[in-house]
Design a protein around this ligand. Structure first.
Ligand code: AHG
Ligand code: MN
Ligand code: MN
Ligand code: MN
Length: 335
């Protein structure tokens, strides 16, 4: 039972039995993520003072200009998870291919793979606006003790055993689910301890915030354009409020607390949208559903999609149930 102000460490131990396979391995894994997140938080907080803002000078596999903090966060999470031999494989937005961890321990038998967006909202680093980390955890499908294979990573979102995000914001929070609701923990930086501050987080069924990069409006499909106009109409509880930070983590976090919808549609410029199914959409969809919301690509439940490649992109509509249903209705009118 979640108790307000209990520490994340206490919470993990007390709720370990909720895990489908309670060997303690998943608890240790979440503990490692909490540790890596503290290290990244420490670096993010110093951005501007030390030379960690700006471009790292490389283009990542997504075709994006990698930021120094993208690289630093990626290295920190990979190093923490690898050194502790807590997983058998890692896939990251910042790496071309997945990483196999065979381990040095005798009978190395780790069962979980982690997929992550180590630093979400890169474009906000240099301007002191919230960024985040997103993680998604699956049980491998190939035999334990053998090297992981691509199929261990290309599982549908519905097979996730845990997912979460960290938002490095006005305060730093770790929000996660293991399929038994969503809980949010706030870091007390003086003590280095996360405390349960947001037990049982929920999306309201309706909301009044819509979040989309309206600069791309002309390139959106007609159904999305019509829905945006609907959000802006003066009728009933509309017009809705428009809020867009440009960090998926922060936009979803706000909408989960206040009620709203996040949209990254396909466009003429980006035929599959921008967001990555494995590192961004699936974990956020799992969290949204566990919080009573939904996530769709406009037609299909995100977590029902069968991934075909690691860095696959999909259109993404996520948030309050009735708002997502409404945008789907508009999109499907034009099919
Ligand atoms: P990342 O920084 O991990 O590459 O992700 C950026 C994503 C997401 O955080 C955000 O919602 C979206 O890109 C913003 O894209 P636009 O600038 O095109 O609106
Ligand atoms: Mn990126
Ligand atoms: Mn991202
Ligand atoms: Mn990223």
């Amino acid at each position: 039972m979640a108790r307000k102000n209990q520490t994340l460490g206490e919470f993990i131990i007390e709720n370990q039995s909720e895990f489908q396979y309670s060997s303690g391995e998943l608890s240790r894994l979440i503990n490692s993520i909490r540790l890596a997140a503290k290290m990244v938080n420490h670096e993010v907080n110093k951005a501007g003072l030390v030379d960690i803002t700006g471009s790292a000078g490389e283009i990542n596999t997504q075709g994006e200009d990698q930021q120094k903090l993208d690289v630093l966060a990626n290295d920190t999470f990979i190093r923490t998870l690898t050194n502790r031999e807590i997983v058998c494989g890692i896939a990251s937005e910042e790496n071309d291919d997945f990483i196999t961890i065979e381990g040095h321990k005798e009978n190395h038998s780790n069962k979980y793979v982690v997929l992550m967006d180590p630093l979400d909202g890169s474009s906000n680093i240099d301007v002191n606006v919230s960024v985040g980390t997103i993680f998604s955890i699956y049980r491998r499908v190939t035999p334990v003790g053998t090297p992981v294979q691509l199929e261990d990573f290309l599982q549908p979102g519905s097979s996730q055993v845990a997912a979460g995000y960290i938002v490095y914001g006005t305060s730093t929070m770790l929000v996660y689910t293991t399929g038994h609701g969503v809980n949010g923990f706030t870091l007390n930086p003086a003590l280095g301890t996360y405390y349960l501050s947001h037990p049982n987080m929920k999306f309201s069924e309706d909301g009044n915030i819509y979040s989309v990069n309206e600069g791309n409006y002309t390139h959106f499909p007609q159904g999305v354009k019509d829905y945006i106009k609907y959000c802006q109409q003066d009728e009933g509880d509309r017009p809705y409020t428009s809020r867009y930070i440009g960090s998926l983590v922060s936009d979803i976090h706000r909408n989960m607390i206040k009620g709203g919808i996040y949209m990254y549609p396909k466009s003429a410029k980006a035929p599959n949208g921008k967001l990555r199914l494995l590192y961004e959409c699936n974990p956020m969809a799992f969290i949204a559903e566990q919080a009573g919301g939904t996530a769709s690509d406009g037609h299909t439940r995100i977590m029902d999609l069968k991934p075909t490649e690691l860095h696959q992109r999909v259109p993404f509509f996520c948030g309050s149930k009735n708002m997502v249903a409404k945008v789907e209705e508009f999109i499907q009118k034009h099919d």
